[in-house]
Design a protein around this ligand. Structure first.
Ligand code: ZN
Length: 176
């Protein structure tokens, strides 16, 4: 699939040309000089454990990857602090207010060719609330790490879940 290049300059609406800039072909505006650099955005997810179970959410049928399961997650907004984004997204999707305890994993996500992201999986401790699906989710629950619901939405979630299971099996902490 083609990268999500613009056809027109977002500043002056001139058709963009494709020229080498900094070693890669990129859209550039011949009038104002704007260059479109494709940069990944930041995704945040929160790993909440109860013993050897993890909280997962089922995605609503009308959102991307509908009907699949994921570690509750979302996108960092402009001007938003990264841990606050994780807390906000988790509360919107699960009804649970968490405290961020540490970082479980950081990975690049390439599964969506139109939107590459860098995912940060935090660990969270529930401070208050009862699990209640909201926003993009229709179901939330705790599932044993060795018997996860399928299908999972994201390959990097699968990798993180495997890593968490192995660490817990060795009696290690899951966050640093
Ligand atoms: Zn322009």
């Amino acid at each position: 699939m083609n990268p999500p290049f613009f056809s027109y300059c977002p500043h002056c609406a001139t058709p963009l040309e494709r020229v080498p800039v900094g070693g890669k072909v990129r859209p550039r505006c011949p009038v104002c000089g704007y260059v479109q650099y494709l940069n990944p955005t930041v995704g945040v997810a929160v790993v909440v454990l109860k013993g050897k179970k993890i909280l997962l959410g089922k995605r609503a049928p009308n959102v991307s990857y509908g009907g699949t399961w994921c570690i509750p997650c979302g996108h960092l907004e402009w001007e938003e602090e990264v841990r606050e984004a994780a807390i906000r997204e988790f509360e919107e999707e699960t009804g649970l207010k968490v405290k961020i305890a540490g970082i479980v994993a950081v990975h690049s996500n390439f599964h969506n060719p139109q939107q590459h992201t860098v995912g940060i999986w935090f660990s969270g401790e529930v401070m208050k609330g009862k699990p209640q699906p909201g926003d993009d989710l229709v179901e939330v629950g705790y599932f044993p790490l060795d018997n996860l619901p399928q299908p999972l939405a994201f390959p990097t979630d699968r990798r993180v879940l495997e890593e968490v299971k192995v660490r817990l099996g060795k009696g290690e902490r899951i966050a640093h």
